[in-house]
Ligand binder design. Structure first.
Ligand code: SAH
Length: 219
C-alpha cells in the first residue's frame, strides 16, 4: 500500500472525498475507504491525471470504471458493518473490489473478461487487500460455493433480475442491480425477507451491459 498511496495524489483524493460529502455521501467508512484507495492505479496511464474527477473512465476491453459518486452511493446504500460476505459481479478495474475489501469481511468478485480480471487481481494485491477471492466466469449464475451473501453488487446492467443471485442472498441480504434496457436503467435494491423479496427503485443510472445466461445474451 505504501507505494500505491502516492503523496502526489493525496490532495486530489481529499478534494474528491470533500466533493462526495458535499454531494450527500455521509457514511464515514465509505469516505475513509475512498480516501485510502489510490484510484489512479486502476486506470490506464493516459487518463491517470483524471483519476480523481467524478467521471467514469475507459479501462480497456470496451469497459469503464464507474464514477466515484456511483461507487459511493452503492456502498452507502449497503450500510456494511465489516462482518459481511459480499459478492461483486463485474470486477472491471478492481477499484470497487478494494473499497469493498475495506468495508466487509470477505469479498468474492466475478469478471467475464480474462485480461481485466488478471490486471485487477494484480492491482488489488498491490493495494494490500487479502480478503478477496476472484472467479473468471459468468456472474449472472452467481458463485454458489460461497453463498449465502449478505450483499450482492452488480456493476453491469441487466434486463431482469438474475434468479440465481436472489437465491444466493442471505436472510436480510441486499442485491443492488441496474435494471432496464441498454440505454437507461433504474438502480434497484432487492432485499431478502423471511417471506418475500422487497424491491425498491433507487435512482436512474447508465451501466455497460451484463452479458450472460441470465443477463443480455448478446453484446
Ligand atoms: N466496478 C467496476 C465496473 C466495471 S464495468 C469498475 O468500476 O471498474 C462492468 C464490468 O462487468 C465489466 O468489466 C464487464 O466485463 C463485467 N461483466 C459484464 N457481464 C458480466 C458477467 N455476466 N459476469 C461477470 N462480469 C461481467
Amino acid at each position: 500500500m505504501a507505494s500505491a498511496v502516492n503523496p502526489e495524489f493525496r490532495g486530489a483524493r481529499r478534494r474528491l472525498v470533500e466533493a462526495l460529502q458535499a454531494g450527500g455521501i455521509s457514511d464515514l467508512a465509505v469516505l475513509k475507504a475512498i480516501e485510502e484507495t489510490p484510484r489512479h492505479i486502476f486506470v490506464p496511464t493516459g487518463v491517470r491525471h483524471r483519476a480523481y474527477e467524478d467521471s467514469s473512465l475507459p479501462i480497456g476491453s470496451g469497459q469503464t470504471i464507474s464514477q466515484p459518486s456511483v461507487h459511493a452511493r452503492y456502498l452507502q446504500l449497503l450500510q456494511l458493518q465489516g462482518h459481511e460476505r459480499v459478492l461483486e459481479i463485474g470486477t472491471g478495474s478492481g477499484y470497487q473490489t478494494v473499497l469493498l475489501a475495506h468495508l466487509a469481511a470477505q469479498v468474492f468478485s466475478i469478471e467475464r473478461v480474462a485480461p481485466l480480471l488478471e490486471k485487477a487481481r494484480d492491482i488489488v494485491r498491490e493495494c494490500g487487500s487479502r480478503n478477496v477471492s476472484f472467479l473468471l466466469g459468468d456472474g449472472t449464475i452467481g458463485w454458489r460455493q460461497y453463498a449465502p451473501y449478505d450483499a450482492i453488487l452488480v456493476s453491469a446492467a441487466s434486463p431482469d433480475i438474475p434468479h440465481p443471485l436472489v437465491d444466493q442472498l442471505a436472510m436480510g441480504g441486499k442485491l443492488l442491480i441496474p435494471l432496464g434496457d441498454r440505454d437507461e436503467q433504474m438502480l434497484t435494491m432487492v432485499t431478502r425477507l423471511p417471506d418475500r423479496y422487497e424491491r425498491r427503485d433507487i435512482v436512474p443510472v447508465r451501466f455497460v451491459p451484463l452479458l450472460g445466461t441470465h443477463g443480455w445474451t448478446s453484446p
